[in-house]
Design a protein around this ligand. Sequence first.
Ligand SMILES: [Zn+2]
Length: 237
Amino acid sequence: MTATTHSPAETHSHTHDDNGSALGENATLHEPISPDGTPEPGRTYTVPARCGRAVRVKAGQTIRIANPHGTQVCDTWIFNAAHLNEFLSFEHTRAYIDRVIPRPGDPLVTNQRRPIAELTADTSPGVHDTLIAACDLYRYRNFGVAGYHDNCADNMRLALKAIGLRAREVPQPFNLWMNIPVKPDYSIEWLPAVSKAGDYVDIKAAMDCVFVFSACPQDIVPINALHPVEVEFTVLA
Ligand SMILES: [Zn+2]
């Protein structure tokens, strides 16, 4: 039998005690917004297509996440900057707000059931997803992709690593602008975003946080109109 090189993803092997290590690499690892993720207030940063970025947001600050083309899904995570094992948890948030998708005025709560942030503004029709896991290398393997495919789970891990941090798990992201309608029979569909170019959401931090964004590289199902592009964020001055 010919020896072959296996990536961790091909074997689904568990070589770590947690889920914090990326299964591959892209430019995300080498392009932090600053060495420790501290932003310049008022400056707009780009999350390039298929990549991720991490940014520190202090309690009371608001971060604006924008969708310049209107077509792009942005996976969003929020971690407690002091303890990355506390993070925005949608299992807990859905129970806290009695809704599947937050609206402006809704708190976003952690796995310790306390607000970590609040959704304060949304210029889009409010169609986001809180049900679907971040895409990961296994997802693309299941689609038949050979070799590495950029993915949101690794973008989160790489964006954190780029500023010297590491989380043990990849929590359920706040999938901004991802259009996953739940039908009356509780089946779902995977549809393009309904947002328009320039739409944004504002999220106000309730504690010192690390936000992580991934401009989702999904190019097999049409959630990004089959053409992943960039998103932007600004910590408002
Ligand atoms: Zn993705």
